[in-house]
Design a protein around this ligand. Structure first.
Ligand SMILES: Cc1cc2nc3c(=O)[nH]c(=O)nc-3n(C[C@H](O)[C@H](O)[C@H](O)COP(=O)(O)OP(=O)(O)OC[C@H]3O[C@@H](n4cnc5c(N)ncnc54)[C@H](O)[C@@H]3O)c2cc1C
Length: 423
């Protein structure tokens, strides 16, 4: 049987790759499983651009040498701003090849805990033993589908995470539901691919951010209003950028700022691309029924819509019980609030040795954790925590060995020859 690893990382998105880069650099014995940047590559629409600014779209390595700027230089191809999805995926792969060459593109199917650590079972049947598990499994399993669409075939209504090629809706009538960046950008992409689009927004208006980019980028003003990750409203952004500070704020303030920082809105550069699109606000979908090869929607104002397809850009509701690789015993030992594990220092959960990074850490470490920008803080914190735990374990092993040897020496009768080959 292979020796026990210090840690296993599950996930090869921005958080898993960054954590693995730091753990590798710390000389820890770590195994990492997942498909490189798979959520970005397989669950976001082709042609999309990142909403996060340049500085906030960096993966993290300890030397800070694998940045987007370094990627541009190394590949000799400039990256546009806003950053195109395909280039970001290429950046993630380049980062992985340099900082995490030990990535294994394999799927984890079960995690179990026993008295000596964790058993991580892979889809191909191998079982890996390790002292710690770092879950960076992303938001894929948390896609939120409105219950009105239960029973509507996938061909007629799908979640935005299920569509990558929006060109397949060319010439069709598509209703997009949602008022966030994903809904707005999907509507723009559909329109540009010659679909007939209507956007249904439940709120009374579409909210925009970055309408006056100079407020964010013009140094003397921008740095006072917004911290570098630019997550959250003016001023609040500074607390959000400091997860250790955010953690000690009163709970009511954390909750209020979290809601304000991740509420649905669109980035200003998208606005001109929506000018020719019908946007209906203040409308909720009450019911959906199949009518022939279309779907019919009843709306809260009494009106109806028919569409060839409904695209639900309705976001993600975090609930880590949906990570089906967590065994029932592990889930029941986790302290959960709003589907998120309550995390202590080093992103460690109530199950000792089990850490969660990315969106599930939002309850404990704030809204930064829903964005790539949080990966640097999380990777540093978790790798320090794993290194400390390993140091303590090694220290314990050494002192136990010393104690055993000292006891043996005291008990050793005169004339006995000590041999390290015999126990
Ligand atoms: C449409 C859209 C646009 C977005 N745009 C931005 C943006 O511009 N900027 C930004 O900061 N954030 C953006 N986000 C949020 C973004 O998804 C997160 O910031 C980011 O993906 C979090 O990274 P992660 O590493 O936690 O998860 P992910 O990137 O989702 O990676 C999850 C990883 O886990 C692996 N995995 C899952 N299950 C298993 C398993 N059982 N075994 C092995 N591996 C497994 C996957 O293969 C994958 O490698 C956007 C989200 C969406 C939906």
């Amino acid at each position: 049987m292979k020796a026990k690893s210090d840690a296993v990382v599950i996930g090869a998105g921005p958080y898993g790759l960054s954590a693995a880069a730091h753990l590798n650099a710390n000389g820890l014995d770590v195994r990492i499983f997942g498909a490189t940047m798979s959520f970005w590559d397989r669950h976001m629409p082709e042609g999309m651009c990142l909403r996060s600014p340049w500085e906030a779209s960096q993966l993290s390595d300890p030397a800070k040498s694998l940045t987007l700027d370094a990627f541009q230089t190394a590949t000799g191809a400039p990256v546009r701003r806003p950053i195109p999805l395909a280039r970001f995926v290429a950046y993630g792969r380049w980062f992985q090849s340099h900082a995490v060459p030990n990535l294994e593109q394999r799927k984890v199917v079960e995690i179990e805990k026993d008295t000596t650590g964790f058993r991580v079972v892979l889809a191909d049947g191998e079982t890996v033993r390790c002292g710690r598990v770092i879950v960076a499994g992303g938001i894929g399993p948390f896609a939120a589908r409105p219950p009105q669409f239960t029973g509507i075939p996938h061909a007629l209504a799908s979640h935005s995470s299920e569509q990558t090629d929006l060109g397949r809706f060319r010439g069709q009538r598509v209703v997009v539901i949602g008022g966030g960046q994903s809904a707005l950008e999907s509507a723009a992409l559909l329109h540009e691919r010659q679909a007939e689009v209507e956007l249904l927004v439940r709120a009374n208006s579409v909210e925009w951010t970055w309408q006056r980019p100079w407020l964010h980028t013009f140094k003397p003003v921008g740095v006072v209003l917004y911290a570098w990750p630019d997550v959250g409203p003016a001023f609040v952004s500074h607390a959000v950028a400091r997860p250790n500070l955010y953690r000690i704020l009163p709970r009511w303030l954390q909750d209020s700022w979290r809601a304000k920082s991740i509420r649905a809105n669109g980035v200003g550069w998208l606005k001109p691309r929506l000018e020719e699109i019908r946007i209906s606000t203040g409308l909720a979908v009450l019911s959906a029924v199949v009518r022939g090869r279309q779907v019919e929607l009843k709306l809260s104002d009494g009106s109806q819509r028919r569409a060839d397809h409904v695209l639900m850009a309705t976001g993600y509701r975090i609930d880590i019980r949906k990570y089906n690789f967590l065994s029932e015993a592990v889930v029941s030992a986790l302290c959960l609030i709003d589907g998120c594990p309550v995390l202590g220092p080093g992103f460690e959960s109530s199950v000792s040795g089990l850490h969660f990074l990315g969106a599930p850490a939002v309850y404990s470490y704030g809204p930064l954790m829903r964005f790539v920008a949080g990966a640097d803080f999380a990777a540093r914190a978790v790798s320090q925590s794993v290194a400390r735990a390993r140091g303590a374990a090694v220290g314990r092993r050494i002192s136990e060995e010393l104690l055993t040897r000292q006891t043996a020496a005291v008990q050793m009768p005169r004339g006995t020859i000590e041999s390290s080959d015999h126990v």
